[in-house]
Design a protein around this ligand. Structure first.
Ligand code: SVQ
Length: 267
């Protein structure tokens, strides 16, 4: 998969064009994912979700014309700065949380949330991307977390226990990933990291992680309420994301101004 930038000469606007090689898609048996990404992205409309403007194809490739996120991946900034301070973490986690809340309200589970899939635009606001592995819940499936989607495993460090044991994701799986992202923003590394994928999976199912010295208390409490084995027990599970927003870690966040106020200076 390649992403090239493009300019629409009629309106001088910048776009990102995601180019997928058809042979590769067929070889990787991902034909259904290209449809999922298209249908999901066309359906979603939120400042924290990358916009899909159009798709086209030629004999060798599929093209997705997407909103350009000038500042690239959140992961780049975590690597550059080492970790975020509490104030910046609070802002970015609040933005990610409202974007995830919106995506879930549309009956969609992202299933592969991670700092590489969280892009930053010109204003340094977040935009969720890479919905190729998202799952659109059938209306009947949108019940408690016991309603599962089917087999797909995300990226090792962020995958939830239920995805490893029961091969099925639910909205709460995205909350687990959020817990991993909060930890990583403040600690500079994800909570579960083995020397290989299998080691990482073992740590996840055994809930084997600890907080580094100096990890802020309220953030520690929040992360420990998200990195919980039972998907139903995670803070915000079963469509109670408001309870998540009320956690003391978010004290001071103005949820109504979140997508209007200037992003904090990353330092
Ligand atoms: O759904 C659509 O918008 C069209 C419909 C017509 C069409 O042929 N395609 C491409 C289908 C496709 C999917 C995978 C491979 Cl490997 C080849 C073709 C679809 C398509 C075109 C461009 C980008 C994505 C998609 Cl799914």
């Amino acid at each position: 998969m390649r992403v090239v930038s493009a300019v629409d000469l009629s309106n001088k606007r910048d776009y990102a064009i995601k180019v997928l090689d058809k042979r590769h898609i067929i070889r990787e048996k991902k034909v259904k994912y290209v449809n999922i990404e298209k249908n999901t992205l066309y359906k979603l409309d939120h400042p924290g979700v990358v916009k899909l403007y159009s798709t086209f194809q030629d004999s060798s490739s599929l093209y997705y014309v997407l909103e350009l996120c000038q500042n690239g991946e959140l992961l780049t900034f975590i690597k550059k700065l080492g970790s975020f301070d509490e104030n910046c973490t609070r802002f970015y986690v609040a933005q990610i949380l409202t974007a995830v809340e919106y995506v879930h309200s549309q009956g969609v589970i992202h299933r592969d949330l991670k700092p590489e899939n969280i892009l930053l635009d010109q204003r340094m606001y977040i935009k969720l991307t890479d919905f190729g592995t998202a799952k659109m819940l059938e209306p009947s499936e949108d019940g408690t977390e016991s309603d599962r989607a089917n087999s797909f495993v995300g990226t090792a460090e962020y995958v939830s226990p239920e995805l490893l044991t029961e091969k099925a994701a639910c909205k709460s799986s995205d909350l687990w990933a959020l817990g991993c992202i909060i930890y990583q923003l403040l600690a500079g590394r994800p909570p579960f990291k083995g020397s290989n994928e299998y080691q990482t999976f073992q740590k996840i199912v055994k809930l084997e992680y600890s907080f580094p010295a100096g990890f802020p208390k309220t953030a520690m409490d929040l992360v420990s309420r998200l990195l919980v084995h039972d998907p139903n027990e995670r803070l915000g599970a079963n469509n109670t994301i408001d309870k998540l927003k009320q956690h003391p870690f978010f004290d001071g966040v103005d949820w109504l101004e979140l997508w209007k106020q200037p992003a904090p200076k990353l330092m």
